[in-house]
Design a protein around this ligand. Structure first.
Ligand SMILES: C[S@@+](CC[C@H](N)C(=O)[O-])C[C@H]1O[C@@H](n2cnc3c(N)ncnc32)[C@H](O)[C@@H]1O
Length: 404
């Protein structure tokens, strides 16, 4: 057995998805770690991985990159706000696993606060297996890629950007989130049953083999309240967690919410009108009494003027992919070569199953911005889909170099 084959066997035994746990897929990642640890050659590095579980964990963290950003999959958060607003006065408890560097749980907290819930009623437990990611999250250290494509008007003051476009999380928002180091499924087993109204488990299943996915699925099912909502990543479905019998899409007419509910609970009220909050509540202490629902005398912030790119993105977020594609292609044929447009086109083509076209535009994005981790991750997914695990790993390794 070669050094890479024994590393691949260890990765497979640790539950990594089979196409990612191969010698060729792991070669660039093992090489990166070998250099980092100063091992003489791959044989020496493979012996290190064998005897040191923390090194194996460090290698696997290059496979499951802590790639994340605020307000990722906007339609999920818009739907979440409707879900929260439909349960007035009830506390809102959410789980975000994996939370990576923290922007996902903070967006969840911001969404709940923006609906008028008192901070004391909002709790988000955020778990990730990466010590570095949890440390960055706890210290609210956000990279320049923590915001992509902007934040919605309702996010302020809970989440905002500073003058240089960096993410800023309000102290009240941060206080709603507890970060915890831990790996699923073990870290979920200690949580009480039915204890969360929303469970976010986005972009983890894509990296895992069937058995760990199912073990995690069992825990997600157990900790989610009977009328709770389960949020997955764009390429994930309840069936990946063995939950296809119990769950169904929350909004079949808009699959881009990536939100699922128990079949028995689909009668949950449709999105209720969402109040806006007086700005001064932004600094209410965590123990404040329930915030009054804001009346009509607190107008929502004026929406920013919508550009053609915003229109295309909004259409894509609503799941109107053909229309989104038409708008985006029109911009592109007019000579618009902005990276955001190329990323959007890539995402739309991927959702439509036009993988070759998606790859073409995403490669253009990476040509213009070689460290564009979103495009690199998408290219990794596309390479994986066409069975090129080695290429997929190379894209992931490159993406890991420019994480959010
Ligand atoms: C791509 S990020 C997903 C972050 C976020 N949910 C999102 O979609 O934006 C994947 C994260 O999974 C974490 N991870 C990998 N295996 C895990 C496990 N078994 N339990 C918890 N976190 C894990 C990694 O450390 C990484 O931060």
């Amino acid at each position: 057995m070669t050094a890479l084959q024994s590393i691949a066997a260890l990765a497979a035994a640790a539950g990594i998805e089979p196409t990612l746990a191969t010698a060729s897929a792991l070669a660039p990642l093992a090489e990166e770690r070998r250099r980092c640890r100063g091992a003489r050659d791959l044989d020496a590095y493979s012996r290190l991985v064998e005897r040191d579980p923390t090194e194996l964990a460090a290698l696997l963290r290059l496979v499951t990159v802590p790639e994340t950003w605020a307000y990722r999959y906007p339609a999920s958060f818009e739907w979440l706000r409707g879900f929260i607003a439909a349960r007035p006065g009830r506390p809102f408890r959410a789980l975000s696993v994996p939370c990576a560097t923290g922007t996902e749980p903070l967006t969840i907290a911001a969404a709940a606060l923006s609906c008028g819930l008192a901070p004391a009623l909002v709790t988000v437990l955020a778990i990730d297996a990466s010590p570095e990611a949890i440390e960055a999250a706890t210290e609210a250290r956000f990279g320049s890629l923590a915001v992509r494509g902007g934040l919605p008007p309702w996010s302020a003051p809970w989440l905002s950007t500073d003058g240089s476009g960096r993410l800023h999380a309000d102290a009240v928002t941060c206080a709603c989130v507890e970060f915890r180091l831990g790996a699923a499924p073990e870290a979920l087993r200690v949580l009480p049953a039915a204890s969360f109204d929303a469970v976010f488990c986005r972009n983890l299943a894509i990296y895992l083999a069937d058995a760990p996915r199912r073990a995690i699925g069992e825990e997600l099912d157990r900790v989610l309240a009977p009328d709770g909502a389960l949020f997955l990543g764009h390429a994930e479905r309840p069936s990946h967690f063995g939950l296809e019998r119990g769950f169904t899409g929350s909004t079949p007419e808009d699959p881009s919410t990536f939100a699922f509910m128990r079949r028995a609970a689909r009668a949950v009220p449709e999105a209720a009108p969402i109040p806006t909050l007086p700005t001064k509540l932004a600094h209410a202490p965590r123990t404040a009494p329930p915030a009054p629902r804001a009346g009509g005398n607190h107008p929502a912030p004026a929406p920013a003027p919508r550009t053609a790119l915003d229109e295309a993105r909004a259409a894509a977020d609503r799941g109107h992919l053909a229309h989104a594609l038409e708008l985006a292609e029109r911009l592109r044929s007019g000579g618009d070569a902005r990276i955001e447009l190329l990323e959007l086109l890539g995402t739309i083509h991927m959702a439509l199953g036009n993988d070759a076209r998606a790859e073409e535009v995403l490669r253009q994005a990476v040509y213009l911005d070689p460290a564009n981790s979103e495009a690199l991750i998408q290219l990794g997914v596309l390479a994986e889909r066409r069975g090129d695990a080695a290429m997929s790993a190379r894209y992931r390794a490159r993406a890991a170099g420019g994480r959010a």
